[in-house]
Every structure is written in C-alpha cells, then in structure tokens.
Design a protein around this ligand. Structure first.
Ligand SMILES: Nc1nc2c(ncn2[C@@H]2O[C@H](COP(=O)(O)OP(=O)(O)OP(=O)(O)O)[C@@H](O)[C@H]2O)c(=O)[nH]1
Ligand SMILES: [Zn+2]
Length: 238
C-alpha cells in the first residue's frame, strides 16, 4: 500500500498550464486571456500542505542537540527551518497522487512503444533518510485506442513516488502500477538504476555500486521480444 495512504489527492504542486487537456482546462481570465497571477498567490502551490513545519523544526533542533551540537550557534540558527523547507520539498510526493500529474491523456493513434529514458531521479532511502539517486527509464505500449500521456508526465510521475521515503523496489513497482491503472496500456516497463548514499558514505561503504530494479507489466512481461527491445533501447545497444 502506498505510504501516502489516507492523504487527499490534488495538492497539485506541479501544474503545467500549457499542457492542460480538455478535461482539465486552464482557468482563463476574462476574454480567454490567462488571468494575471495574483502577486500574493504563488504560481506553484506551496509544498507545505500536510507538513507540520513547527514539528519538523523542533525535531531538527532535537537532532542537533542529540549529536552534541549547539543549535543556537550562528551557522545553525536557521537550520531547523531550512531543513523543514527542504524536507517539505523532498517529501512532497507524499501529498500527491498519480492522477494529479497524469492529467493530460490523449488519443494519438500511436500503438507502438513510448520510452522516456534517463529521467534524473532523487529519492530518499526510508531506512537511513539519506538520498539515493540515479536514472529512471519508463516505457509503455498504448492500448488499442492509442491512449497516450504527455512525455513530461512520465517524469512527473517518477517524482510523485521518488519524493517520499522509499525503497528502490517499491518506487519501481509503484510507477509501473500507476501507469497501468491510469493509462490502461498494453504494457509497462520501468527500470531504475541508482546509487544509495547509505551504501557509500556510511555502512558498507561501496561507492559506485549501482542497484538496478525493474518492473514489467502486460506485454513487457509476456513477450520476450518486446522486453528485449525495450531493454536494448534503455541500455543504448539497440
Ligand atoms: N532492498 C533495499 N534495501 C535497501 C534500500 N535502501 C537501503 N537498503 C538496505 O536496507 C538495509 C537496512 O539494514 P539494517 O541492518 O536494518 O540497517 P544497518 O545496520 O544500517 O545496515 P547497513 O547499511 O548494512 O549498515 C541495508 O542493507 C541497506 O543497504 C532499498 O532501496 N532497497
Ligand atoms: Zn539506506
């Protein structure tokens, strides 16, 4: 189950006005001209919904005290609020759902594979709360109606799940399942290659070790040739 279970969808922190489809029209101002942004209203919703900043700040102060630091020294004075803001951004995906980003779905009559590879990925290991980072490769084969989504939406979908406390395996699976549910494609392939700082800067200390995970659904699972074609496109040898 999603770690964000119970959160309300729709916080919409990544609006993409130019790509909004007919089901999700941009609200225009009078005369069809986009409304002037209200200077008081940020263009991107603050990534603070669902996050208790005060509690985060207190917790960070506690951590600084616990490691033997002085949270009141000049360099650290603003650190609790900085970390609260950083965590709010880093974990914004907890308050987003795939439907929030897979807003643009259209029929293009294209029934062959669509693959976006080398999507830069930053996530947070849920065991140690340190980053893991690398690349995601996301592909799908549209259904017989040729239902596709905007290419950027695939990258946004990766972020929805990456910006949560994660393990790489679940991140991979969640992206694949969300695409299956929202696009009803003939198949999905997700491959993630990442380096975990918990394995490099501490612990076993094996810099350079890359973890590769994959999730295949539909045709990518049942058809060897389809999967091989995708893998050679991903690995760049095809
Ligand atoms: N399967 C999986 N394991 C992960 C991921 N991120 C971190 N880990 C592992 O989670 C494990 C946690 O092991 P523990 O023994 O509970 O924690 P630890 O004592 O800090 O372990 P070490 O990292 O070996 O020092 C470690 O083996 C990590 O390498 C991930 O995305 N997937
Ligand atoms: Zn870790």
């Amino acid at each position: 189950m999603s770690p964000a279970g119970g959160h309300q969808p729709g916080s919409g922190q990544n609006p993409e006005p130019s790509a909004a489809g007919p089901e999700h029209p941009v609200t225009p101002g009078e005369g069809g001209v986009p409304a002037e942004p209200d200077p008081e209203t940020p263009l991107v919703a603050p990534a603070s919904e669902g996050v208790d900043h005060g509690r985060l700040e207190k917790a960070v102060r506690e951590i600084l005290l616990a490691i033997g630091e002085d949270p009141d020294r000049e360099g650290l004075r603003d650190t609790p609020s900085r970390v609260a803001r950083a965590y709010t951004e880093q974990f914004a995906g907890l308050h987003q759902q795939p439907e929030d980003v897979l807003t643009t779905v259209f029929e293009a009559g294209h029934e062959e594979m669509v693959l976006v590879k080398d999507i830069e990925l930053y996530s947070t290991c849920e065991h140690h709360l340190v980053p893991f980072y690398g690349s995601a490769h996301v592909g799908y084969i549209p259904n017989s109606q040729g239902q596709i989504t905007g290419l950027s939406k695939l990258a946004r979908l990766v972020d929805v799940y990456a910006r949560r406390p994660q393990v790489q395996e679940r991140l991979t699976t969640e992206i694949a399942d969300a695409l299956m549910e929202n696009l009803a494609p003939r198949g999905v392939i997700v491959v993630i290659q990442a380096e975990h700082l918990c394995m490099t800067m501490r612990g076993v200390r094996k810099p350079g070790a890359k973890t590769v995970t994959s999730a295949v659904r539909g045709d990518f699972r049942s058809r060897d040739r389809t999967r091989s074609e995708a893998m050679s496109l991903i690995l760049g040898d095809g």
